[in-house]
Design a protein around this ligand. Structure first.
Ligand code: SF4
Length: 510
């Protein structure tokens, strides 16, 4: 999601006349697009701020800014200490709709402005954009130590950036009123449509979430769920494919809850130039039979499903407000395994959820064992302010127990991964190259989302020794190439390109 958001920021700024810099050293402005899913992610940003030289300006956006919104001086009871609930007039943007005015006011540049607004009874914020001091106390706190921190803005307000910059005194800024608060209408420019190391375009098809899982900050940071129009999503995909993108990944907090999800997939699958189509993250209870069938019949829909189960225990899932039981997880796995195509499954599990007993943890291990997951992304429980879990549960699992559980899960996962990877031996699979090192070794991932290396091969039975060249010399990063898997390791595959493989086979037959 952050790749996608950052590409949109870049599109708006280049439209205003800014230039994108590949290196931090060359840049005048450093923008942090932040994540709040765990406290550690926020701590990383405060650590990074120390490294930014004082002659550069800093802007911060993303979830770290948005969930602090409820502590704004403009919220009920707010002040430097912050409030708790947004005033009804202040609820807007992704919470209740979007600003439609063509002339919104930017609020929050100075503290005086906030004080004045607070002193007015019934102040109307309905056509206002909030920046900086409107997001107290975080901006205040950071700005004291980092005076070169210039801007805090909500990611949903990216289309308003030109207006914010005018307010901050930037000159000759081009304004595009078409984009005002229509985040989804911003289509990243050529070159900004992909992440830095491969030809993948990330297209958000919805934003926000209505699930309110007990532990999750997303509904507070990203607001309530909004689905973007199918036609617009398909158009964006066309645009990326024209720019030589090969892989498209559709994004949403519950991506398969989009009412037109299957239609969107089918339409994108028809587009010329597409090689791989993925989506993340789906929810078990929103899978239709039709969607599962597509994985069987559509080769370009990658044979990989990342499904965040979070726990294998019904009682823990209930406490998490996930809305499904462990039995439903098992049934869902059975459905995937019944397809006539091998699908790799990966999942997320929250480790040591408050009060989780040994028995409940064992149930998660059982689910991992049953599902034969290729990877389990272990989310270490992190208390997020304002969530139900923050108010009602205590992070009460002793450190040693946490450590033991993590080790146990890791050990199980290593065994499953090695076992699963053994089954890939001598199979032909496609690999997207995302790195070629200086020696010519290839690194990338497979269509079923496994890490793969193709090591340097200098020798070739039919070339003279002075004609030998490293493997990488034949390819470009982001090429999709067929390979044969020759070695299975835990969490990694080793392969040979088909080209060398045939030569090698031929020569050994000789
Ligand atoms: S489904 Fe739950 S965990 Fe996922 S984004 Fe929504 S609230 Fe968060």
């Amino acid at each position: 999601m952050n790749y996608s958001d950052s590409a949109r920021i870049r599109a708006v700024l280049t439209n205003c006349g800014f230039l994108y810099s590949e290196t931090e050293e060359e840049a005048d402005i450093i923008i942090f697009d932040t994540c709040s899913i765990k406290q550690k992610a926020e701590d990383k940003i405060t650590g990074r701020l120390k490294e930014i030289p004082k002659d550069k300006r800093i802007w911060i956006t993303g979830c770290m800014v948005q969930h602090n919104f409820r502590l704004s001086p403009l919220t009920k009871g707010g002040g430097e200490a912050g409030g708790s609930k947004p005033l009804s007039a202040f609820k807007r943007g992704n919470f209740i709709g979007s600003i439609k005015t063509v002339n919104p006011k930017v609020i929050g540049k100075t503290n005086e402005e906030i004080k004045e607004l607070k002193s007015k009874k019934n102040a109307d914020f309905s056509s206002s954009i909030f920046i900086n001091h409107a997001y107290n106390p975080l901006f205040f706190e950071l700005n004291k130590t980092y005076p070169h921190l210039e801007l805090f803005f909500r990611i949903d307000d990216t289309g308003f950036l030109p207006l914010m910059l005018q307010t901050l005194g930037y000159e000759n800024i081009k304004i595009n009123t078409e984009l005002f608060n229509e985040y989804e209408k911003i289509i990243p420019n050529e070159g900004a449509s992909m992440n830095t190391h491969n030809k993948t375009a990330y297209i958000p098809i919805s934003t926000g979430c209505n699930q309110f899982c007990a532990y999750c900050i997303v509904p507070f940071a990203r607001g309530l769920e909004r689905h973007f129009p199918a036609e617009q999503i398909i158009n964006e995909a066309k645009q990326h494919l024209k720019n030589w993108v090969k892989e498209i990944s559709l994004l949403g907090q519950i991506v398969n809850k989009h009412p037109d999800f299957v239609h969107i997939l089918k339409e994108i699958l028809k587009l010329e130039g597409l090689e791989w189509l993925r989506y993340t993250s789906p929810y078990p209870t929103y899978y239709s039979e039709e969607l599962l069938q597509l994985h069987e019949t559509e080769e370009k829909l990658c044979p990989h499903i990342h499904i965040p189960f979070q726990s294998g225990s019904t009682s823990v899932l209930k406490k998490m407000f996930r809305g499904y039981t462990a039995e439903q997880c098992y049934q869902f796995i059975d459905k995937i395994r019944a397809l006539k195509r091998e699908i790799s499954i990966t999942t997320d599990m929250i480790i040591w959820f408050p009060d989780e007993t040994e028995e409940e943890f064992e149930k998660s291990l059982q689910l991992v064992e049953y599902g034969k997951f290729d990877m389990v992304y272990m989310g270490i429980y992190s208390n997020r302010p304002g969530t139900f879990a923050d108010k009602k549960y205590t992070d009460n699992i002793p450190y040693e127990v946490k450590h033991q559980r993590r080790t146990k899960m890791n050990e199980l996962l290593k065994n499953i991964s090695t076992e699963n990877n053994q089954k890939e031996l001598w199979t032909k699979i496609k690999m997207m190259i995302n790195k070629i090192d200086k020696d010519g070794n290839l690194y990338g991932y497979t269509t079923n989302m496994k890490q793969v290396n193709v090591p340097l091969r200098l020798h070739s039975p039919w070339l003279e020794e002075d004609e030998w060249k490293p493997e990488g010399a034949n390819f470009q990063p982001w090429d999709i190439i067929p390979i044969i898997i020759t070695e299975a390791q835990k969490f990694k595959l080793i392969g040979e390109t088909i080209y060398y493989f045939s030569i090698w086979n031929l020569s050994s037959k000789k």
